[in-house]
Write a protein that binds this ligand. Structure first.
Ligand code: ZN
Length: 234
């Protein structure tokens, strides 16, 4: 699966596997490249680890994704259901929960890894990825634009005591993402994700078809995101 680090592929975390039904609308959406009409072109099965609606419960899904093909330019594309982020085995709410348990909750990397059925290297990679994903002040400023009543910056100053610069950075990004995610939901955005990380990246993907990958630079959110609000929430 492109975009998924090698040690996250084909892993079998110690959760029950939930077989999800094949679900797709009667017709696929228009082509993601040329906006031409598309037709259904089969399925591919992925195995995401998701944080279920019941807080804290992790599940591994056997999830069939419908494939579409453009009848105009022949571009093939995958249609993702709400709440599923492309090209990630460990879904964003699960990743946010694991990293938060370390940088905000004081859990060890090893303990977080065990909970996730992942290796410590994987958890450290998530932590490093989140630490440089965005500037907390940009996220908080964007939250204030989306929702002028949002409590801008509250909680950011309380996370600077983390034991390393990287952990402090990841903690500040996570808290700022929570602010922006909450502002987006108050602003009317409907998303299945519960974490700030999931909501913000899910919004970016929903509005712009852009997936932020672990393995491919640039991994930062674009500052131009601020300009997307009107389109995303219109
Ligand atoms: Zn096309």
């Amino acid at each position: 699966m492109p975009g998924v680090p090698a040690d996250e592929r084909d892993g079998k975390p110690p959760f029950p596997t939930v077989v999800r039904p094949r679900e797709r609308p009667d017709r696929p959406p228009t082509c993601t490249v040329c906006r031409g009409p598309a037709w259904w072109n089969g399925w591919r099965v992925v195995f995401p680890v998701v944080a279920a609606v019941v807080a804290g419960v992790l599940e591994r899904w056997e999830l069939p994704l419908p494939l579409a093909k453009c009848s105009q330019c022949r571009h093939g594309f995958t249609c993702y259901p709400d709440g599923i982020y492309p090209r990630r085995q460990y879904q964003l709410d699960a990743v946010a929960g694991a990293v938060a348990s370390v940088v905000l909750g004081g859990a060890s990397v090893a303990a977080a890894a065990r909970t996730m059925g992942a290796g410590p290297t994987t958890v450290r990679r998530w932590l490093a990825w989140i630490a440089v994903l965005a500037e907390p002040r940009d996220l908080v400023a964007l939250a204030a634009r989306v929702d002028p009543d949002s409590p801008a910056g509250a909680g950011l100053s309380s996370v600077v005591a983390a034991p390393s610069a990287r952990r402090a950075g990841a903690a500040a990004v996570l808290v700022a993402l929570e602010h922006l995610g909450a502002a987006l939901v108050r602003g009317g955005l409907r998303l299945m994700m519960r974490s700030g990380l999931g909501r913000v990246l899910g919004w970016q993907h929903q509005a712009h078809g852009e997936a932020v990958l672990l393995t491919r630079p640039p991994s930062r959110l674009s500052p131009a995101m601020a300009l997307w609000r009107e389109a995303a929430l219109a």
